[in-house]
Design a protein around this ligand. Structure first.
Ligand SMILES: NC(=O)c1ccc[n+]([C@@H]2O[C@H](COP(=O)([O-])OP(=O)(O)OC[C@H]3O[C@@H](n4cnc5c(N)ncnc54)[C@H](OP(=O)(O)O)[C@@H]3O)[C@@H](O)[C@H]2O)c1
Length: 243
C-alpha cells in the first residue's frame, strides 16, 4: 500500500508501537484516525502531527466499538484499520489472578474479534485489516501466560480471517519481537534483540507496503522461534525449559 492520502484508523495510538506507527504513517502521508481508551495522549499526538481525528474507544466493549465505528463511517470509509491494543501481565501460571486473566482475554482476543467484525462495511474494497499478534504466540514460553496463549489464539483467528475476508479485505498479521514500551517494562529478564518503537514502526510500515501476510521481526529472533514451533516436543520443551 502507498500510504499517501490514505485514511487509516489506529487503535492503540496513545502509546508504544501504535503511537510510533502513527508518526511513521503520518510521515508517509497517511490521514489518521487515532484511538485508545486514554484521550489526552491522542490529542497531544494529533497536535504534534498537525492532523488526526481523535476517536476514543475501548476495544473490549462492543458498544464502544460500535459508537467509534459510526463516528468514523460518518466521514467515509477507511483504507486500513490497525489494532495494537493488548494487555500483558507476565508471571507463573499458578499465580495468575482470575480477574486480570478475564480482562486480558476480553481485550486481547475478544477485542480483536469485535474489531475484525467492525471491518466489514467500514473498509473500502481491498482495504487492509491489520492485527498485532506476537512471537510469544508461536510457542508457550515460561512465565509468558496468559498473554502467550491469548496471542496464539489471535494468530489462529487472523489465519482464518485472511481466508474468510479475502478478496475484499486484505488481512495482515504483525508479529513483533521485543520492543521497548511500557508493556515490556514489566519484564525482569534480558530481551534478545530488543528494538525501539520507531524502528519497529518502520519495519511494520514497510511490511504493510508490501504483500506478505505476516510481518515478523527481528528475523534473528523470529526465525529461531518459528523453528522452535516445528521441533519435536522433546527438543522444543528442552529449549524452553532452559529459558
Ligand atoms: N512491546 C513488545 O515487545 C511487543 C512484542 C510483541 C507484540 N507486541 C504487541 O504489540 C502491540 C502493542 O504493544 P505495545 O508494546 O506498544 O504496548 P502499549 O505501549 O501498552 O500500547 C498498547 C496500546 O493499546 C491501547 N489499549 C490497551 N487496551 C485497550 C482497549 N481495551 N481499548 C483500546 N485501546 C487499548 C493502549 O492505550 P490505552 O491504555 O490508552 O487504552 C495503548 O495505546 C500489542 O498487541 C502487543 O501485544 C508488543
Amino acid at each position: 500500500m502507498d500510504f499517501n492520502g490514505k485514511r487509516i484508523w489506529i487503535v492503540g495510538a496513545s502509546s508504544g508501537i501504535g503511537q510510533a506507527l502513527a508518526r511513521e504513517l503520518a510521515r508517509r502521508g497517511a490521514r489518521l484516525v487515532l484511538s485508545a481508551r486514554s484521550v489526552e495522549p491522542l490529542e497531544t499526538l494529533a497536535t504534534e502531527l498537525g492532523q488526526g481525528e481523535v476517536v476514543p474507544v475501548d476495544i473490549s466493549d462492543p458498544e464502544s466499538l460500535d459508537d467509534a465505528r459510526g463516528e468514523i463511517l460518518a466521514n467515509g470509509k477507511l483504507d486500513a484499520m490497525i489494532t495494537t491494543a493488548a494487555l500483558y501481565d507476565p508471571g507463573h501460571v499458578d499465580q495468575i489472578e482470575r480477574d486480570s486473566a478475564r480482562k486480558l482475554v476480553e481485550v486481547n482476543l475478544l477485542g480483536t474479534l469485535w474489531f475484525a467484525q467492525a471491518a466489514k462495511g467500514l473498509l473500502r474494497e481491498g482495504g487492509q485489516l491489520v492485527i498485532f499478534g506476537s512471537v510469544a504466540g508461536y510457542f508457550g514460553l515460561p512465565k509468558g501466560q496468559l498473554y502467550s496463549a491469548s496471542k496464539a489464539a489471535v494468530i489462529n483467528l487472523v489465519e482464518s480471517l485472511r481466508v474468510e475476508y479475502a478478496p475484499e479485505i486484505d488481512v495482515r498479521l504483525i508479529s513483533p519481537g521485543f520492543v521497548n514500551t511500557r508493556l515490556t517494562e514489566k519484564n525482569d529478564f534480558d530481551m534478545p534483540f530488543v528494538m525501539e518503537p520507531d524502528a519497529a514502526a518502520r519495519r511494520i510500515a514497510d511490511g504493510l507496503a508490501g504483500s506478505a501476510f505476516e510481518t515478523h521481526f527481528p528475523r534473528r529472533l523470529t526465525w529461531g522461534l518459528k523453528l522452535l514451533q516445528r521441533l519435536p516436543y522433546r527438543l522444543s520443551l528442552w529449549v524452553t525449559g532452559r529459558m
